[in-house]
Design a protein around this ligand. Structure first.
Ligand code: ATP
Length: 400
């Protein structure tokens, strides 16, 4: 039932199977797990269970009926039949089931889901659907954009009405974040985000989320959609927030009760925007690039690479991401101790200096690196002894 039936009818890949049981789903799940020599995870409070067997997983839910005490509240649930269970679904295309045992062609379809699949329409089951659960606003947009459908006109009217009445804005931070996260995880988040801006949905999350320039470029940056850059959801988040002020960023962090990884992405993306002038300098050395970018989250830097319109910035950031950030000093702490560097802060400073020289091509050989270390140690001892330092010695250490 639900998503898998929809996807099967559309010929799309099916993720997890969902089964609805008119009766005790956890009890059936346990019996199935025994039969299939698998395991179950039971949530008795919700009357649901997951069966893990033979390398696959599926969910069983007890057919139920839901009522809402007030808009945005979590539903009150009572056991019931399949018809009631399907009636609590968000959209007609998600409100279909196939009866077991039975023919796959016998689809239970009380709300015109088959017709809506044929027409390519996202339609709620009733007029108060978004009032009952305003997270459906995000869900409608996600399905519309993922499937290339359109939200039915009447449904769209109710959706806009829910946004205008502040029902999206009134959702709890965790529920809002969950919906934003699911959009960011879509294969093509840009389209869904753009639609959210069109409909004022992102603005209901934070008024400053009203500009999609960066996201537009994110997709143009590498074909129709970036080929899943690592950490793609966070790359999209970084692009989405990069033009916010630091204060707006903090407001958004609070608004969505962001976990640490999200917070870092938001703060770094905003901070990175402030570094663009420095990065837009073709005389910037590789070590200079690394010093600027090494403690910025990779997702924020990736978003900058994909969205920047400055060739110098784009190329520098690309080089950092693909090459410079992996450069090692060429010698490690043990080598330095063997070369007579005393344990302590000097060791760290010399390693960092070594890496800079390797990055900038000044310490290309092992012999040159070792000579540099010895001179730096000598230099430091001379400084400690109050003698003038031999800066020149360091400068040409690499040519050997
Ligand atoms: P996806 O491919 O995004 O996972 P899905 O259809 O499997 O899509 P889920 O969010 O996993 O979506 O939800 C499973 C099913 O539960 C949906 O198909 C829908 O019928 C129902 N559902 C989920 N969230 C809601 C909601 N907020 N209101 C009503 N029904 C919902």
């Amino acid at each position: 039932m639900g998503g898998p039936v929809r996807d099967a009818l559309l010929g799309r890949p099916i993720k997890d199977l969902d089964f609805c049981v008119e009766g005790d789903a956890p009890a059936l799940a346990q019996r199935l797990a025994v039969e299939l020599a698998g395991q179950t995870v039971v949530h008795p409070r919700f009357g649901t269970a997951t069966v893990l067997a033979a390398g696959s997983r599926f969910d069983l839910v007890t057919a139920r009926r839901e009522t809402y005490a007030h808009p945005g509240a979590l539903p009150r649930v009572t056991p019931s039949g399949i018809r009631d269970d399907l009636a609590r679904r968000d959209f007609s295309i998600n409100a279909m089931a196939i009866q077991l045992p039975g023919e796959p062609s016998e689809v239970l379809d009380h709300w015109g889901g088959l017709e809506d699949l044929r027409l390519g329409v996202v339609r709620t089951l009733h007029d108060k659907s978004f009032i009952d659960d305003p997270t459906r606003v995000f869900r409608a947009i996600r399905y519309e954009q993922r499937l290339g459908f359109r939200i039915d006109e009447k449904t769209l009217g109710h959706l806009k009405d829910a946004v205008d009445r502040g029902l999206v804005a009134a959702l709890s931070p965790d529920r809002l974040r969950h919906e934003v996260e699911r959009i960011l995880e879509e294969e093509n988040p840009r389209m869904a985000l753009a639609r959210c801006v069109d409909l004022g949905v992102l603005q209901a999350v934070h008024p400053a989320l009203n500009d999609l320039d960066k996201l537009e470029r994110l997709s143009v940056g590498a074909g129709s959609e970036p080929e899943s850059p690592p950490g793609k959801p966070m790359v999209y988040l970084a692009a989405l927030v990069s033009d916010l002020s630091a204060q707006e960023g903090e407001e958004l962090i609070g608004r969505l009760n962001m976990p640490e990884g999200w917070r870092r992405t938001v703060r770094d993306s905003i901070r990175l925007r402030g570094m663009v002038d420095e990065l837009n300098d073709d005389s910037l050395s590789p070590s200079g690039l690394v010093h600027l970018l090494e403690d910025v989250s990779v997702e924020a830097v990736t978003a900058l690479e994909l969205t920047s319109v400055d060739t110098v910035v784009k190329q520098g950031v690309h080089r950092f991401l693909t090459e410079l950030r992996f450069v090692e000093p060429g010698l490690d702490g043990r080598d330095l101790l063997q070369l007579g560097v005393p344990p302590g802060p000097l060791l760290g400073r010399i390693l960092s200096r070594l890496r800079d020289d390797v990055l900038d091509g000044r310490a290309a050989t092992d012999a040159g690196r070792r000579r540099l270390v010895r001179r730096l140690v000598k230099d430091s001892m001379a400084e400690t002894a109050g003698k003038p330092s031999s800066a020149e010695a360091i400068k040409d250490a690499g040519h050997g």
